[in-house]
Structures are given as structure tokens and as C-alpha cells.
Write a protein of this length. Structure first.
Length: 220
């Protein structure tokens, strides 16, 4: 056991840090893209405050197309574009773009669902008082949907962690690369099982935190 910790501890720790880096950077960028896109879907859908069939149809189709592609296929599909944009398709730097393209539409759809759960009567009440659409969305709808938004982001982050593990197939780094290169290719089952346990712990802690925050926000 001690020999395993001495030999593989630093490697797995480095992989854990790389997974955190990939997840955090991607999540921030995906939220910046996905949240406004989710709001756009709510505003432009039929019956929305800024109903626009053309914009909604285009946005809806783009999101559906991107969400229909498994991450591993999307990853290989974007390899040439990733090299063109960031100069590499390996390592943490080379996998951020595909992860964002994979995660942002997912977050947009989750945000749309959370925002649509807000009571329509609350929105109409503020509209009758002459409150602008911008203020209603950001100070009423988003506030009322905070609990659902947190749960949605929790689900998206867990899916993102799984995608970072799959990115290990192209040498993206992180726990996925360690599991594939050392655990699978080099026949080190202990390394494979350890990375699986670390991923399970990460997901469990994240889900527990998300549930706790959602409950607190729902009470406020």
C-alpha cells in the first residue's frame, strides 16, 4: 500500500488537479454562454416576452444538434478546429474548446427548463406594473429560479466531469488519461480502480453540495 502511494500518489494527484482545472475553466465559459442562451430561448419562444419564431427555431435547432452528438464524436470532429484556434489538440489547453461546445448547449437547455418553472402569474404581475423585460428576467425570473438553476448546474458539472474522463483518450490529461494510459494500456488495475474511486467521490461531494445549496436557496 505504501509503495503504491509513493509511486502513484503524485501522478493521481496531478491528474486530479488537471481534472479540476478542465472542469472549472470549462464550466465558467459554458455558463457565460449557456445562461444567456437559455434566457434567449425563454424570451423568444411562443408566448415569451420577446417572441421571435425565427431566432427561437434557429437557437433550438443548434442546441438540439450539438446535444445529439456524443462527446467522443464531438471531440474528434472538432480536432482540426481546435488545433486552428488554440494551436494544439492535446493537454488541458486542447480540450477546453470541445468541452465548452459540449457543455454550453446542455446548460442552456437546463437553464431554459429552470426558468420556465417560474410562476407565470409572478411575471405578469411585474409586467402590469410596467417593469422592463430586462429587470423581470434578471431580478425576478432568475431569482425565483435559483434553486432549479443550481440543480441544473450540478447535473451539468457532473456530466462535464464524465466528459473530461473521456477526453483522456486523446491525451487531454486528468484522471481519464491516467486511467487509460496507466490503468488500461499498461495493465495497472490498482491505478484504474483508484481513479474510479476518486471520480465517484468527486461526483458524490458535488451532488451533495448542489442539493444543499438548492435547498437553502429555495427557503430564502
Amino acid at each position: 500500500m505504501n509503495e503504491f502511494v509513493v509511486e502513484w500518489g503524485p501522478v493521481i494527484w496531478q491528474g486530479f488537479l488537471e481534472t479540476l482545472e478542465m472542469t472549472s475553466i470549462t464550466l465558467v465559459i459554458a455558463i457565460i454562454i449557456g445562461l444567456p442562451l437559455g434566457i434567449l430561448l425563454v424570451l423568444t419562444r411562443q408566448g415569451g416576452q420577446a417572441e421571435n419564431k425565427l431566432i427561437y427555431t434557429i437557437s433550438n435547432w443548434v442546441i438540439n444538434i450539438l446535444r445529439s452528438l456524443p462527446f467522443i464524436i464531438l471531440l474528434f470532429l472538432l480536432l482540426p478546429f481546435t488545433r486552428l484556434v488554440v494551436g494544439t489538440s492535446i493537454g488541458v489547453k486542447g480540450v477546453i474548446l470541445p468541452l465548452v461546445v459540449f457543455t454550453a448547449p446542455y446548460i442552456a437547455r437546463l437553464m431554459e427548463s429552470a426558468l420556465l418553472e417560474v410562476d407565470r402569474g409572478v411575471i405578469e404581475a411585474y409586467q402590469s406594473m410596467g417593469v422592463s423585460t430586462f429587470k423581470i428576467i434578471f431580478f425576478v425570473v432568475v431569482r425565483e429560479a435559483r434553486s432549479g438553476i443550481v440543480l441544473g448546474l450540478t447535473i451539468a458539472t457532473i456530466g462535464l466531469i464524465g466528459a473530461t474522463a473521456m477526453a483522456g483518450l486523446v491525451g487531454a490529461g486528468g484522471l481519464g488519461t491516467i486511467a487509460y494510459q496507466y490503468g488500461f494500456l499498461r495493465f495497472e488495475p490498482a491505478v484504474m480502480y483508484t481513479t474510479i474511486i476518486v471520480l465517484i467521490i468527486m461526483v458524490q461531494l458535488l451532488q451533495s453540495l448542489g442539493n444543499y445549496l438548492a435547498r437553502r436557496l429555495k427557503k430564502d
